[in-house]
Design a protein around this ligand. Structure first.
Ligand code: ADP
Ligand code: MG
Length: 309
């Protein structure tokens, strides 16, 4: 749809298809939003302060030809946001074994890259993103040049035929940088965390190798690869402080996550990144390991890729 034919976001009303209301399914609970349901070919989510800013971004992505995001269809009679349902599979709270293949990781990196290409030039106008709640003593961030997703977790990626086909849950979207968004996606998908915090069944995955695979597939520059450990440590500190602040001020899912120990997990991640900084940069920059990306995963036997424990 060309932009000039769209109904303005604030007055966009969703008109249900005949009989649609009889086909309703509760979606797997994410961390934060209660009551996400599928109704026919649509997703209904509670309307939130950032909803119209997100909707403007989704319109932009649609116009830019990005195929991997839902469309905002309007609000239903109950005031909920209505989005297109993206068919496929999302990971559960503990990502299953099917989430591990390197080809999927490659496709996630490439999908995030395509998102960033499509996002270039988007400037929210009528509905700016509400400022994220941050502690007053949070250090100033570097300039935020690109609106992006900022929560590309396994639970928020729709996988079809083993390939990352779509992104859902744009609740945390907002101005940031391509490197921060892609680092955040890598952090979730590798995952970058203390080995003691790995999901059950993920103990044999190799974070150094997976990081290199992601980096090559996304296309991080040499400079980005070298600053990754320090940026990751900084991101962990900021994220921990934000989570604690959100838990105290917003409660709900944020408080649940904090009570479940996410603060300790993020602190251990920062310490692990710091302790393994040299090995991380080596994995990211060592020319002898170029293009490990498309080798079948179970043939990677090189001992040097093992995490230092
Ligand atoms: N547009 C969509 N298409 C397909 N599945 C979706 C869509 N939106 C949400 N889901 C599914 O519902 C789950 C929870 O919704 P989400 O928007 O991620 O809420 P939360 O903020 O709680 O994480 C997702 O992990 C995904 O499985
Ligand atoms: Mg989610």
């Amino acid at each position: 749809m060309s932009p000039r034919h769209r109904t303005p976001l604030e007055s966009r009303v969703y008109v249900p298809a005949p009989g649609e209301g009889s086909d309703v399914e509760l979606m797997p609970a994410g961390d934060v939003t209660d009551g996400v349901v599928r109704v026919g070919g649509t997703i209904r989510r509670p309307h939130q302060p950032q909803s119209l800013a997100v909707a403007g971004y989704l319109d932009w992505l649609d116009d830019a030809g990005f195929e991997g995001s839902p469309r905002f269809l309007g609000r239903d009679a109950e005031g909920r946001d209505v989005l297109t349902f993206l068919p496929g599979q999302c990971a559960g709270a503990v990502p299953e074994a099917w989430v591990q293949p390197e080809d999927l990781l490659v496709s996630v990196a490439q999908l995030v890259r395509r998102l960033h290409t499509a996002s270039a030039g988007f400037v929210p106008r009528d509905h700016p993103f509400p400022p994220k709640p941050v502690r007053p003593d949070t250090p100033p961030q570097d300039s935020a040049a690109l609106v992006c997703h900022l929560d590309v977790t396994p639970q928020n990626v729709v996988v079809r035929d083993g390939v990352a086909a779509g992104l859902v849950d744009f609740d945390l979207a907002g101005p940031s940088t391509a490197f921060k968004d892609s680092y955040n996606a890598a952090m979730h998908w590798i995952p970058l965390r203390d080995p003691a915090d790995l999901w059950p069944g993920w103990e044999r995955t190799d974070p150094f190798r997976r990081l290199r695979v992601f980096a090559d597939a996304y296309g991080w520059s040499e400079e980005e690869r070298r600053r990754l450990p320090a940026s990751g440590v900084e991101a962990a500190a900021l994220s921990r402080s934000r989570m604690r602040h959100n838990a105290r001020t917003l409660g709900g899912g944020w408080a649940r996550m904090w009570d479940d120990g996410v603060g300790g997990l993020i602190r251990r991640r920062g310490a692990w990144l710091e302790a393994n900084a040299g090995q991380l940069v080596e994995a990211l920059t060592d020319a002898s390991h170029e293009k490990p990306t498309f080798r079948p995963r179970n043939r990677c036997t090189a001992q040097r890729w093992r995490p230092a424990r």
